[in-house]
Design a binder for this molecule. Structure first.
Ligand SMILES: *Cc1c(COP(=O)(O)O)cnc(C)c1O
Length: 399
């Protein structure tokens, strides 16, 4: 997408607005599928971006979907994914939510001993399950997005394998899948191999095993010079390890992954407008018509999003701190070189597809932005901007 096209969208639909290019999603999906063999399955981690149009598009690509709430499961069904293509990976939900998913016929991934035991006692071998293992590998770009370490709430500790075995044995549970997801933004391919080897050691313990799900951790570059997970090399190394193991052990299983960010981060461009340029004694602020109510990643994860001035691309570069308009410190970027920003200019945040709109809120009684999808050269509004009435929706006035 050219910057001119983005500017046109800002003019037509207003700002702030999230823009998604489907072509980029397809490109990323194909990079992945080409790097692995046809037996490897990819489950899009829906929580990254759940607009129904994006889900439908990803369904049409042939992907599967990984859902973390019953509502995501229902969104997946609505988008056209068959139950066989849906994996439900909740954490800390009660058994009733798992039973709802069971009724829908999707794959179920259990992430704690308590539910595993309840499920086994109630359903025995009548419905197959996955078990989410916490291998205690520290991986990922940031402590908040790392899920495999010792203090993490996710999964059942690998050290509790004996306990898992006891439950499986006494209840007859049919364990068809083993799952691990050690975190986001893993740069080191060997971490995946290390994780795989931990999985291999458990295969013998689960005779009904059909699937090994290695979760995600695929990284995309946010800053100049940052690397993307080299999926080609990853594919080669992983397939070799898997095939060697299969030969040695005589076991067979499908390999699954759950990319979120990898598929939808780069497709997203978040457009905002510069409201004010505010020169203080120490810095020059650009105050934009957005805040962490719309894009929380910089404040929440210290994430870096490239920012460009679409309205003045050839202006002299100056150093700015870009902040939002809410009553909280909501700094998007410190000391960033941007082409001179004038009040009214349209700025773009890159890599805004994943965990952008999805994590937005109405904090400060501000309205959630619109979403636009660009597909086959056509621009579609796929979510209307909030209006004032949305703030009162579901409130009950009693005074
Ligand atoms: C969030 C999540 C993913 C996707 O992570 P990304 O970093 O966006 O690729 C995959 N699997 C599970 C279980 C998740 O919770």
């Amino acid at each position: 997408m050219t910057n001119q096209e983005l500017l046109k969208i800002a003019g037509e639909y207003g700002t702030p607005v999230y823009v998604y290019e489907t072509e980029k999603i397809r490109e990323q999906y194909e990079k992945l599928t080409k790097s692995f063999d046809g037996k490897t399955r990819f489950f899009y981690a829906a929580k990254a971006l759940t607009n129904i149009n994006i889900l439908k598009y990803i369904q049409k690509l042939g992907a599967n979907i990984d859902c973390v709430s019953i509502h995501e499961v229902n969104l997946g069904l609505k988008a056209g994914f068959t139950p066989e293509k849906i994996l439900f990976t909740p954490n800390c939900v009660d058994i009733t939510e798992i039973e709802e998913a069971m009724k829908l016929g999707v794959h179920i991934n259990i992430d704690n001993i308590s539910i595993l035991e309840q499920f086994g006692n109630k359903y025995g071998n009548s419905y197959p399950v996955f078990i989410r293992i916490n291998p205690h590998i520290f991986a990922g770009g940031n402590y908040k997005i790392s899920t495999g370490h010792i203090d993490s709430k996710f999964g059942i500790s690998i050290h509790q394998l004996r306990h898992i075995q006891r439950i499986v044995k006494t209840t007859g549970l049919r364990v068809e899948g083993l799952h691990m997801h050690t975190g986001s933004e893993i740069k080191d391919i060997d971490v995946f191999i290390q994780g795989l080897e931990i999985m291999f050691e458990m295969v013998e313990d689960f005779p009904d095993l059909k699937y090994i799900d290695m979760g995600s951790g695929f990284k995309v570059p946010y800053q100049e010079g940052e690397l993307e997970t080299d999926v080609k090399t990853l594919g080669k190394k992983v397939l070799k390890a898997v095939n060697d193991f299969k030969k040695e052990s005589g076991k067979d299983f499908e390999l699954w992954f759950e990319p979120g960010k990898y598929l939808v981060s780069e497709c997203g461009h978040f457009l905002v407008r510069a409201n004010v340029i505010k020169q203080t004694t120490a810095t020059v602020f650009v105050g934009v018509n957005s805040g962490f109510n719309h894009l929380i990643r910089p404040m929440f994860y210290d994430s870096y999003h490239k920012i460009e001035n679409l309205s003045n691309p050839n202006g002299p570069e100056r150093i700015y701190t870009v902040v939002g308009n809410i009553c909280e410190t909501d700094t998007f970027a410190w000391d960033r070189k941007i082409n001179e920003v004038r009040e009214g200019d349209v700025l773009v945040f890159r890599n805004a597809g994943a965990y952008g709109f999805e994590m937005s809120s109405n904090f400060n009684s501000r309205l959630k932005p619109a979403e636009v999808m660009v597909m086959d050269g056509k621009v579609h509004l796929i979510r209307k901007r909030d209006v004032f009435e949305d703030l009162l929706k579901n409130q009950i006035e009693v005074l």
